[in-house]
Design a protein around this ligand. Structure first.
Ligand code: SF4
Length: 245
């Protein structure tokens, strides 16, 4: 069991079940911003005091009027009761379930409507070095989920000097081979403790955006700083939530 929190957005009528833990070891992981710690593998912010029981999550979700259910991480597929709650959302609540953030290592999943997949690098060796996992495994999962009809989005963290424009562009070109309409979000790296990489400039963001728009129709970029990353709810009401559990 790795779910530890359930939140609810009344305005947009969705709930989110939050997981602690991840199977990847990305050096640029923005969860590191939460703790200021560095050097540890995976998520480096402190573990929650307690994990939730499946039944209490289901009861909380039953008490609110929602149209969608999201799972966030870390990596939500590490939670042993993920599939049970996805099935509950579809079969009991009659709503759609999505992985709001996933590294793609467990896709596709039955009854899962969609996922936003973080693809980390295009080069095989770089992917292995960043994540500890083979690129082929992840990209094959993405393709299988796409062919099964899941609603997929992809995102990448653009880190000059590590995940450079050629890496982001390679991913964009590959996605276009599946469907040029797949939404693709390029996130400018937000410096995290313990890493030497610098935040991209506005000019670099324009360059990577333009490179990807040669292949894909739905490209978005974000270029936020640390302060904004830690205070998303003050500027975007999709992050303004109340805690159910
Ligand atoms: S897959 Fe996501 S949550 Fe996991 S270490 Fe990488 S960036 Fe962090």
């Amino acid at each position: 069991m790795a779910f530890y929190k359930v939140t609810f957005n009344e305005k947009y009528r969705f709930a989110t079940v939050h997981n602690y833990g991840c199977t990847f070891r990305c050096p640029f992981c923005s969860y590191k911003l939460k703790s200021g710690e560095h050097g540890k593998p995976g998520l480096s912010y402190p573990a929650p005091e307690r994990y939730l029981k499946t039944q209490e999550i289901e009861e909380a979700l039953s008490q609110v009027s929602i149209e969608k259910l999201y799972f966030m991480g870390g990596e939500p597929t590490v939670a042993g009761d993920l599939q049970t709650i996805i099935d509950f959302a579809k079969e009991t609540l009659g709503i759609s379930a999505y992985l709001g953030h996933t590294n793609g290592s467990k896709l596709p999943l039955p009854n899962l409507k969609g996922a936003n997949v973080g693809l980390k690098a295009w080069d095989d060796n770089l992917h292995l070095a960043i994540t500890g996992k083979k690129k082929k495994e992840i990209f094959d999962n993405f393709e299988r989920a796409y062919r099964e009809g899941m609603e997929l989005k992809a995102n990448v963290v653009y880190v000059p000097g590590l995940v450079d424009v050629d890496q982001v562009e390679g991913i964009a070109a590959w996605l276009a081979g599946l469907n040029p309409g797949i939404p693709f979000h390029i996130m400018g790296y937000i410096p995290v403790p313990g890493q030497e990489y610098e935040r991209p400039t506005a000019e670099q963001m324009k360059e990577v955006d333009a490179a990807c728009r040669r292949y894909l129709q739905n490209v978005a970029v974000s270029h936020i700083d640390q302060e904004r990353a830690l205070n998303l709810s003050s500027r975007d009401d999709r992050f303004a939530v109340t805690r159910l559990l």
